[in-house]
Design a protein. Structure first.
Length: 334
């Protein structure tokens, strides 16, 4: 005799797993059909050939002997802290949904970052709304705009930190520097004012205005909420860029103030419309754009960029494995 869903406690979970499995399958098929995916793959192949032709992969691997194991372990530990900080930012931002359930969100953050780093064209971003709906029941129309808003905050912080590191290379007078600094600091406040103005214009409207206002409900409507999200973003990016800058300085001999710009432009490359598979090619180009103005040799800069990218991917794989296993029991207890 067949059992119905009422008599089988796992039926609901099975149906959900099938639903999200189907969504994942559709997503994979869409990625494979995209010309951007194959262009990203071509960039990966081109990078492998370029490094072998002009530097040599054996020399790339051998250069890691210059990194003290204890310092490398410290860098990995700081990257672990960065993962936790990212999860804290999401937890604080979605506190009305996530209160008392931090570890499932840490798992979502880790998986989201994993797919983002490995899939081309930022297609891994789609995993976040899917996982947030699956675990916390947050609709896509709320998690999607919120994620976009947080990504714009990431972009702002990266640009601001990059501006700080590149100031010494720019032939600006003190007046220009002061004006730009004020503009950079005032940008978040201006964004909050514009957002509030839009919210007022859309309130009471019909049709598309109603839908637009609903999308904006996921965005922070109070300066304190905005400031907390900005604070977590700054702390996380300063930590990440400090680790990346240190690693670049080891491989190039540049001071941290110079290697900071290479780390920043490398991370900024992720917002390009064309993004290689696992960031291959585009990430290295971004790092080079920040290193070469400091007069470092082209081959040394390329090797340093590749090594930094290997660290990013290696730490992603290692920490994803560690944290997903550590939070596995949390998933089972849902």
């Amino acid at each position: 005799m067949r059992r119905g869903c009422n008599s089988f406690s796992g039926c609901g979970h099975t149906e959900k797993q099938r639903e999200y499995g189907a969504l994942l399958s559709v997503g994979v098929i869409c990625v494979l059909k995209s010309w951007k995916f194959w262009l990203g793959t071509a960039l990966l192949v081109g990078l492998v050939w370029l490094v072998e032709e002009h530097y040599g992969w054996r020399r790339i691997i051998a250069s890691w002997q210059a990194v003290p194991p204890a310092e490398l372990a410290t860098a990995l530990g700081l990257m672990l802290v960065s993962y936790v900080l990212r999860a804290v930012r999401f937890y604080d931002f979605f506190i009305s949904h996530t209160r008392g359930a931090f570890f499932p969100l840490l798992r979502i953050t880790v998986l989201h970052n994993f797919f983002n780093n490995l899939l081309p064209m930022r297609s891994g971003e789609a995993t976040f709304p899917v996982l947030m709906k699956q675990r916390y029941g947050i609709p896509y129309r709320h998690s999607g705009p919120a994620l976009l808003w947080l990504r714009l905050l990431d972009l702002y912080v990266l640009l601001a930190l990059g501006f700080i590191s590149l100031q010494s290379l720019m032939p600006w007078g003190s007046g220009t520097r002061t004006g730009l600094a004020v503009a950079v600091l005032a940008a978040p406040l201006l964004a909050l004012l514009v957002q509030e103005r839009l919210r007022r214009l859309l309130t009471g409207g019909r049709g598309w205005k109603t839908k637009a206002l609903e999308l904006m409900t996921a965005l922070p409507d109070h300066p304190v909420t905005f400031a907390r999200a900005l604070l977590w973003t700054i702390i996380n990016w300063v930590l990440k860029l400090a680790v990346y800058s240190w690693l670049l300085s080891v491989f190039t001999g540049l001071p941290l103030s110079a290697s900071w710009s290479g780390a920043t432009t490398g991370e900024l490359s992720s917002v390009l419309p064309i993004h290689g598979l696992a960031g291959a090619g585009t990430y290295e180009a971004g790092v080079l754009a920040g290193l070469l103005p400091w007069g470092v040799d082209n081959k040394i800069a390329l090797a340093a960029a590749v090594n930094l990218h290997l660290f990013v991917l290696g730490s992603t794989l290692l920490l994803t494995a560690v944290l997903t296993l550590a939070t596995q029991q949390v998933k089972k207890d849902r």
